[in-house]
Write a protein that binds this ligand. Structure first.
Ligand SMILES: Cc1cc2nc3c(=O)[nH]c(=O)nc-3n(C[C@H](O)[C@H](O)[C@H](O)COP(=O)(O)O)c2cc1C
Length: 182
C-alpha cells in the first residue's frame, strides 16, 4: 500500500493542548496564508476568519460560545479561530470552499508541529453577536490550534477518547464503482 505523506499521517485532533504554548505572529500568518491559497469556486475565496490567541478578548468570546464540554479542553489551545463563510445566493459552494481552506490551514499547522481540533459544538448566534460578525457571514467551525499536551491532564472520560485507536472505514467502502485497489 502506498505511504501517506507524513503531514497527513501525523495529523490528528487532540483534546489535550499544552496550556502554556504560545502561537507566534509568524505562526498565525503562516496558517492564514495557507488558508488564503486554498482553491475555491471561480476563485471566490468566500472564507473569513476571526483569530484569538490565549488571553486575548476574541479568544475569550469564542471560548464562551463553545459547549461546556468543549470549553473544558479547548480552553488550553494556544489560539481559537472562527472559520466563517459568506452566505450569498451567488456562492452556493461557499461552505465547501471554506472546508478546503481549513484543510489547508490544518496541513500547514502540522508542518509547524501544531495540532488542530475543529469544533462545531458552539452557539452560532452567540458567536455572531459577541464577535459582531457581519450579517452575511455564517460561522461554520471553530478551529482550536496549539501544541499537543499531556493526556494525563484530561478528565478520565476525555482521556479515553484521547488515547483510543483512531479508525477509518476501508477505501473499498468509499468506492461506488469497481476500482482495482491493493
Ligand atoms: C467539521 C468538523 C467538526 C468537528 N466538531 C467537533 C466537535 O464539535 N467536538 C469535538 O470534540 N470534535 C469535533 N471534530 C473532530 C472530529 O471528531 C475528528 O476530526 C474525528 O473524530 C476524526 O479524528 P481525527 O481528526 O483525530 O482524525 C470535528 C471535526 C470536523 C472536521
Amino acid at each position: 500500500m502506498s505511504e501517506l505523506h507524513p503531514l497527513l499521517a501525523t495529523r490528528w485532533s487532540p483534546l489535550a493542548f499544552d496550556p502554556v504554548a504560545v502561537l507566534s505572529d509568524d505562526d498565525v500568518s503562516s496558517l492564514l496564508e495557507a488558508a488564503r491559497w486554498a482553491p475555491s469556486v471561480a476563485n471566490s475565496q468566500p472564507w473569513r476568519f476571526a483569530v484569538g490567541r490565549r488571553n486575548e478578548e476574541t479568544y475569550k468570546r469564542i471560548l464562551e460560545n463553545l459547549s461546556t464540554q468543549c470549553q473544558h479542553w479547548a480552553g488550553n489551545a494556544s489560539a481559537l479561530l472562527v472559520a466563517a463563510h459568506l452566505d450569498h445566493a451567488t456562492l452556493p459552494h461557499a461552505v465547501y470552499d471554506l472546508g478546503q481552506a481549513v484543510a489547508h490551514l490544518t496541513v500547514q499547522a502540522t508542518a509547524l508541529r501544531l495540532h488542530v481540533h475543529q469544533i462545531t459544538d458552539f452557539d452560532a448566534a452567540g458567536l455572531r453577536a459577541d464577535l459582531e460578525l457581519a450579517d452575511d457571514l455564517r460561522p461554520s467551525v471553530v478551529v482550536a490550534v496549539g501544541r499537543v499536551g499531556d493526556p494525563a491532564m484530561l478528565p478520565p472520560e476525555l482521556r479515553v477518547w484521547e488515547t483510543a485507536l483512531r479508525t477509518r472505514v476501508p477505501v473499498a467502502e468509499l468506492l461506488v464503482n469497481q476500482v482495482p485497489i491493493t
